[in-house]
Ligand binder design. Structure first.
Ligand code: CA
Length: 726
């Protein structure tokens, strides 16, 4: 093939992925009574947190012991710091497997298990809830919200779920297709379900839910995802008993004349009046992950996501900060009334969501103690804000960044001029849209004063897509056939930065790194820290590790059967401490690339000192051989196929032969008949149960043949390169 052949061009177009693939191959005291809740638990006697009486008082009372894990981030402050210390730096080397449980699905697992009353509640992919005996791992019940697999393509980043909320005898799960389900904790039977995206569903918009609901004073709070596609973000609170809507807070203005509240009147002034597509696209700003709550201040903190489309000038031309995109917004959890906001990334242009984990803590600052919120969002800066007022205290970058110099004393970012690609050239965004830190939870240990943060870099360059139109699908425009809206092209110029993953122990007072541990690949798991002077973290390359929280010395390590992305948790039962984590490789990075030898079905692995259960084996990879001779093709076939592949397939199946396949197969490593029979699974629904979209009526048989020609050609090119020693 000549240097200008379609295959070579498309590989150059996507070269960032090539570079990446090569790299990879290779808490304080309990707060005052917040009121609310009808449970019988007395804060003076916190021991009996029975599931039936688990209310806000009981969740707060657990802070005295941390014996249970009743809420997503352990406590309302979401510290993921446990006071349990029976497992500690002295005996962590004796940890062994107590039990394992098979979640059965090979798709991504991002959940933090909750444990109350000796029962573990954990979610696997497709939002399926599993209730297990926390001592033995025995299944008590499972609840399947029966998400239509055809809905899979409507989410950007795998059919994952981060976990449940518990409240007064009920389990709450936000299902991928936008329904909030209430389940009886004892029986696993549905009590009610409510459609959280009713209007968007009517309009055919791609809303999803992947985040864990939060339960506060008789209300269940849940947000949504979809800013990559074109939605208006919001958070809704529902009555825990009835499912009746209590309030809804929108994060972007109403495209019509009238705003829902005064906060949105303020926000509206930061969006363009004329031009731009935000009124069609909804503007984005989805709250798809982080929330935290402070009972003393009675504030609920919401982490708000990126703009839709990503390209700021196409969304809202002429500047404007575009509130409340890429912000933390504090609201009153009783009625959803706005209290304050802080926007770290004004006029977001880079998919710099501020949905990442929010932690409330008391820090020694200015000679006293100050209650703060801390966040390390995608844009690479670590923020410390006043929890009561949102006042900016400090920010510093925890990784190298190319988009900003830093922050002024008012907390306003000082951007670098080239960060918005105003010259029409490609720009290497550091951090990239994958984030310097993504949803993988961080943890804060008040004993060491350190935040344990999974940091990373995935290389990417972006270029203005001059012909972009909202919801217009075009060959060669990344995932436009699946409804994605960027306004950018990617990796027209190959990025220069190297892929990176590391665990950082960050001092939030000094705003500097204390210690760090490098990893072979990005996309490592969330963290847990304990009073045993420990930090636990799973890795992309398929291990589970304990570190000394003070020094970063590795104290213990075990194989984990597959790459890990979810955060570990801990609980005490009958006098014994357990460490548990949900394993299952996935998420937006993990669909196409793996750093472990293989991707195996999701599991829950639970450890204790002296545990003797047998660790399940990592099943050997079956997809290792490049496909050969499946399809005959011409260069014209390959060129046509390349554009269609990028338009429809790329973010799930990855770049053929260059990526190595995550939890979704890389087709260049198929058996020949998979490519030869592509019509069946692309147009006739034979893989629909796995989440494969239905392309009937969208693509022709000839289109499918061209795409398979592209796959075969890249496999052939890679084989030739390997033979040539490249
Ligand atoms: Ca996003």
């Amino acid at each position: 093939m000549t240097a200008d052949s379609p295959v070579t061009s498309i590989v150059r177009l996507l070269a960032p992925s090539l570079a990446l693939a090569l790299t990879v191959a290779c808490t304080g005291a309990p707060p005052a009574d917040p009121g609310g809740g009808s449970g019988t638990t007395d804060p003076e006697q916190p021991a009996a947190n029975a599931i039936d009486s688990l209310d806000t008082k009981a969740i707060i009372a657990n802070d005295q012991t941390d014996a249970q894990w009743p809420s997503y981030g352990l406590n309302y402050h979401e510290t993921r710091f446990s006071q349990l210390d029976k497992i500690n730096a002295g005996n962590v080397g004796e940890l062994g497997l107590a039990w394992s449980y098979d979640l059965t699905s090979i798709r991504g697992v991002e959940a933090t298990p909750l444990v109350v009353d000796g029962v573990m509640y954990v979610t696997g992919s497709w939002s399926i809830v599993h209730a297990l005996d926390a001592k033995t791992g025995e299944k008590l019940w499972t609840y399947d919200p029966e998400v239509d697999r055809a809905y899979g393509f409507r989410g950007c980043c795998d059919v994952v779920n981060r976990g449940v909320a518990l409240y007064e005898g009920m389990v709450y799960v936000g299902a991928y297709d936008g329904y909030l389900h209430a389940i009886d904790a004892k029986t696993g039977k549905q009590a009610w379900k409510v459609d959280t995206i009713e209007q968007g569903r009517k309009e055919g918009r791609s809303y999803t839910i992947t985040g864990a609901p939060r339960a506060i004073k008789g209300k269940i709070m849940i947000g949504n995802g979809g800013a990559e596609y074109g939605v208006r973000g919001y958070v809704t609170a529902y009555d825990a008993k009835s499912g009746e809507q209590a309030w809804r807070f929108y994060t972007t203005p109403n495209p019509g004349e009238k705003q829902e509240n005064e906060a949105l009147e303020m926000a509206r002034k930061t969006w363009s009046d004329e031009g731009g597509t935000w009124k069609e696209s909804g503007g984005g700003g989805t709250v798809w992950d982080a929330m935290a709550y402070d009972p003393d201040l009675n504030l609920l903190y919401l982490g708000v996501g990126n703009g839709s489309p990503w390209h700021a000038e196409k969304r809202s031309p002429g500047g404007g900060d575009n509130l409340f995109l890429s912000s933390i917004v504090a609201v009153n959890p009783d009625n959803g009334e706005y209290a304050w906001h802080y926007q770290g990334t004004p006029h977001d242009n880079w998919d710099y969501t501020h949905t990442q984990h929010i932690i409330v803590a008391e820090l020694p600052l200015e000679g006293g103690t100050r209650k703060v919120v801390m966040q390390a969002p995608k844009n690479g800066f670590f923020y410390v804000l006043d929890a009561k007022t949102g006042e900016f205290i400090s920010a510093n970058n925890f990784v190298p960044v190319s988009w900003a110099e830093g922050y002024d004393e008012n907390g306003r970012v000082i951007e670098k001029p080239q960060a918005r690609q105003t010259d029409g050239k490609s720009y290497e965004t550091i951090p990239s849209a994958y984030g310097a830190h993504n949803w993988h939870p961080m943890s804060f240990n008040p004993n060491t004063g350190l935040v344990y943060l999974p940091a990373q870099h995935v290389p990417l360059t972006v270029t203005d897509d001059k012909n972009w139109e909202f919801n217009k699908s075009r060959p060669g425009v990344m995932m436009s056939g699946m409804g994605w809206n960027f306004g950018f092209g990617f990796n027209v110029e190959p990025p220069k930065a190297a892929a990176m993953g590391k665990l950082i122990a960050w001092d939030p007072v000094k705003q500097e790194e204390r210690w760090s541990v490098p990893y072979p690949a990005p996309w490592n798991a969330g963290t847990l820290t304990t009073a045993g002077n420990l930090v636990f973290q799973g890795t992309a390359h398929g291990t589970f590790i304990a570190y000394n929280a003070e020094t970063g010395d590795k104290l213990w390590e075990t194989p984990a059967t597959s790459g890990v992305v979810a955060a570990p948790m801990t609980y005490e039962l009958d006098g014994e401490q357990y460490i548990s984590l949900a394993v299952g490789w996935g998420g937006v990075f993990g669909e196409t690339i793996r750093a472990a030898p293989n991707v195996t079905p999701g599991k829950v692995l639970t450890f204790k000192v002296g545990g003797t259960a047998q660790m399940p084996e990592m099943v050997a990879a079956t997809r290792t051989e490049l496909v050969e001779g499946a399809i005959e093709y011409t260069e014209a076939d390959v060129g046509a196929g390349a554009g269609l592949y990028v338009e429809n397939c790329f973010f799930c199946h990855g770049l053929p032969a260059v990526h190595n396949g995550g939890n979704i197969p890389n087709l260049a490593y198929s058996k020949p008949d998979v490519l030869q029979n592509a019509k069946a699974w692309v147009l006739e629904g034979t893989a629909a149960d796995k989440g494969m979209p239905d392309f009937k009526g969208k693509l022709t048989e000839e289109d499918v043949q061209h795409m398979m020609a592209f796959v075969q050609a890249l496999a052939d090119q890679q084989r030739a390169a390997q033979a040539g020693g490249e």
